[in-house]
Ligand binder design. Structure first.
Ligand code: SF4
Ligand code: SF4
Length: 442
């Protein structure tokens, strides 16, 4: 048998609606099979803390093999996985179509789904992944002010750590006084110019994070579309994309959120809109995870085909000869982090490519996991690990006296800025969309 596959990786859909998916002994058997292959390989040892946890368990066992690890301890490995997909997409030579059929993230997801169905998930985890409900509540102005003040208050944070298990040192994103969707500027009546690679009109799926926490990112995206004379609309109604619930193994909630988002996004896709989401995890949800969960759903497929990362769209727009390059302001030194959920979209480094087109701009790209994930690095028990995983990124991002710290993932950027501490004395944090807008001086 060949050592590794020479063919392009393929991903099998998840048969999550079949009851065998939740058969605990079948899941344990599959975990043991894949753990055995990983133990013999160990290539992913430095990717995250899931693999070192597994190898430590094997090395401490009597047999020094996976059969010596107690099945109850498998959960320790599962809990360390935040489903970034990096092992599957960038390291593993045994992914399908290789006959060993190793899909480490998906067996983790299956184990998380079993755990969720058995009701073994903390209230804290259900709360933190209810991004929509939390955002709607915090969008009430006086509530937003109170929540933001409590998040900055040491005593309140200690209490929150004790009651909720949210680490008191973790810097949390503030809630915005006004939602993005209620303050979004309407599009001017530009004529849509289709290119060979890009539709000439855009539908924006704003995401919970942009809507409730960093509306500026959404306004930047709209300003960039307007500058390039691209007409846009907002998706009529929005719920969370479902990624936080997926990471929890709550697949029924993912299906409920799909019911809200997909029909109207599919309608826009069929009307010829490109769909853009400014947060990589949400883009990935529509590009990859929902199609694997609903492989026979034509609406999900239509949305998948119309979905673009914003910088992927702008770079392709440039290839179509339809992107303006009337940049007026240099950006100086940009330390740019490409997040895992952008890397696994298999589109290349589109943000770097575009920022490098701006005269007077030097981009240093850091291509390593920063270790936060959506809600994982917020939790008391994982906070230290998330800072440890991020440490090389914090160091690399500080090299060369950057003027800007930037990542497509706004949560990773916040985490990196926190981890850099005083090393980031003069560097400001800005999302790449904001940097591009600044370069256009809009
Ligand atoms: S998906 Fe990410 S977090 Fe999970 S095991 Fe793979 S590399 Fe680690
Ligand atoms: S996921 Fe693949 S590459 Fe990583 S340790 Fe397991 S077998 Fe090796």
């Amino acid at each position: 048998m060949r050592e590794g596959s020479l063919e392009a990786p393929t991903r099998h859909p998840l048969d999550w609606q079949d009851k065998s998916f939740y058969d605990e002994s079948a899941v344990e058997k599959e975990l043991a099979r894949i753990f055995g292959i990983c133990h013999g390989c160990r290539r992913c040892v430095n990717l995250c803390t899931a693999f070192p946890t597994l190898f430590d368990l094997v090395d401490a066992s009597e047999t020094l093999e996976v059969d010596g690890v107690a099945k109850a301890d498998y959960r320790k490995v599962v809990d360390q996985c935040y489903l970034c997909d990096m092992c599957y997409m960038t390291k593993c030579p045994y992914v399908p179509p290789h006959p060993w059929n190793v899909d480490f993230p998906h067996v983790m997801l299956r184990a998380k789904a079993v755990k969720f169905r058995k009701g073994q998930v903390a209230f804290r985890d259900k709360l933190l992944t209810s991004t929509d409900a939390l955002g709607r509540l915090a969008a009430i102005p006086v509530v937003a002010q109170t929540v933001n003040a409590l998040n900055r208050n040491g005593a309140a944070r200690s209490a929150m750590q004790g009651v909720l298990g949210v680490h008191k040192e973790r810097e949390l994103p503030p809630y915005a006084p006004k939602k993005f969707r209620s303050g979004a500027a309407p599009s001017a009546a530009f004529a849509a110019k289709n290119g060979a690679n890009t539709p000439g009109k855009v539908a924006v799926f704003s995401t919970c994070y942009v809507n409730y926490n960093e509306p500026g990112m959404g306004h930047d995206l709209l300003a960039l579309l307007a500058h390039n004379e691209i007409p846009y609309v907002l998706a009529e109604k929005e719920a969370c994309c479902g990624m936080p619930k997926l990471e929890l193994g709550d697949l029924e909630s993912v299906a409920r959120l799909r019911e809200v988002n997909i029909p109207q996004l599919a309608k826009l896709a069929r009307e010829g809109y490109a769909i853009l989401t400014p947060v990589p995890s949400c883009t990935l949800m529509f590009k990859q995870e929902l199609p694997l969960l609903f492989p026979r759903d034509g609406d999900v497929k239509a949305v998948q085909d119309a979905m673009f990362d914003p910088f992927e769209y702008f770079v392709l727009r440039n290839r179509d000869g339809l992107l303006k390059k009337d940049f007026k302001q240099p950006l100086g030194n940009v330390s740019y982090h490409i997040p895992c959920h952008s890397r696994v979209q298999n589109m290349g480094q589109k943000t770097r490519e575009l920022l490098e087109m701006i005269p007077g701009t030097k981009v240093t790209t850091v291509e390593r996991c920063a270790g936060h994930d959506g809600t994982w690095g917020v939790k008391t028990e994982y906070y230290e690990n998330s800072m440890k995983i991020g440490r090389p990124v914090f160091r690399l991002m500080a090299d060369g006296e950057p003027d800007w710290i930037s990542s497509d993932c706004p949560i990773a950027a916040r985490h990196i800025r926190q981890g850099m501490g005083p090393q980031a004395s003069k560097a400001q944090k800005a999302h790449p969309l904001g940097l591009l807008r600044r370069a256009y001086a809009r």
